[in-house]
Design a binder for this molecule. Structure first.
Ligand SMILES: C[S@@+](CC[C@H](N)C(=O)[O-])C[C@H]1O[C@@H](n2cnc3c(N)ncnc32)[C@H](O)[C@@H]1O
Length: 220
């Protein structure tokens, strides 16, 4: 598949996210210009079963399904409004019966089962400091041997980029977020059977993104 542009993805999102407030829809349509979804999408092998941790309004899974890239998708999030938005958007996609979105309380163990691809996009900085390591351990646990873990978050460095992203989150959600050095995330993931295969830094406007693709070692 030819790599999509942020504009292509934004146009696809306009076809899926048709309801909800104007402000929420504008944030959805503009998110691909801020967050490198085209790289995240291209990292997912055709026909995968995907678990999206902290799926928010379901953009990643809904787009993957709209592009017919995945066989199944399970998204979960602690936010009930986001889950309702994701579910509503799904109804505008043909053949979306393999997609499921569920609300999941923060501190419980995450869904059982293993997936070919597990994604965690811009979620770790929202998780409280004592729970971050556990979140990566749980994500690693959910990956099938030989499967992929797709991690993306805002980088710690340079600090001015992290500061402006914090401001963005504070204005939108009132939340004070905390970042984790990507080297620490890699260490936690590698201690849980993952192997780093690719690391990319992408700057868009003032947002500094760190993306790491891991594969889970096959059991001997
Ligand atoms: C910036 S949004 C990203 C949403 C989505 N991944 C995306 O890229 O469009 C962060 C999301 O993480 C969710 N979140 C925060 N802590 C969580 C947790 N412990 N478990 C699941 N979701 C969580 C929030 O509710 C929010 O929807």
């Amino acid at each position: 598949m030819q790599e999509l542009t942020p504009k292509d993805i934004s146009l696809q999102l306009r076809q899926i996210y048709k309801t909800g407030s104007w402000a929420r829809r504008m944030m959805t349509y503009n998110r691909p210009y801020i967050c490198p979804f085209e790289l995240l999408i291209s990292a997912v092998p055709q026909g995968s079963e995907v678990l999206d941790i902290g799926c928010g309004d379901g953009l990643f899974l809904n787009i993957l399904c709209q592009l017919q890239k995945i066989s199944t998708g399970l998204g979960f999030d602690t936010n009930s409004v986001s889950i309702a938005t994701a579910q509503n958007a799904k109804t505008h996609i043909k053949n979306s019966q393999g997609l499921e979105f569920i609300e999941w309380p923060t501190d419980q163990q995450w869904p059982k089962g293993e997936f070919e691809v597990v994604s965690m996009i811009d979620v770790l900085h929202h998780i409280s400091l004592p729970n971050k390591k556990h979140a990566i351990e749980e994500a690693a646990r959910c990956v099938k041997p030989g499967g992929l873990f797709l991690f993306k978050d805002i980088g710690v460095q340079p600090r001015w980029r992290a500061f402006f992203n914090s401001l963005h989150d504070f204005i939108l959600t009132g939340e004070v977020v905390t970042y984790t050095a990507i080297t620490k995330v890699v260490r936690w993931a590698e201690a849980n059977g993952m192997q780093e295969i690719e690391r990319t830094t992408i700057n868009r406007f003032w947002y500094g993104h760190e993306m790491v693709l891991f594969s889970k070692k096959s059991q001997p």
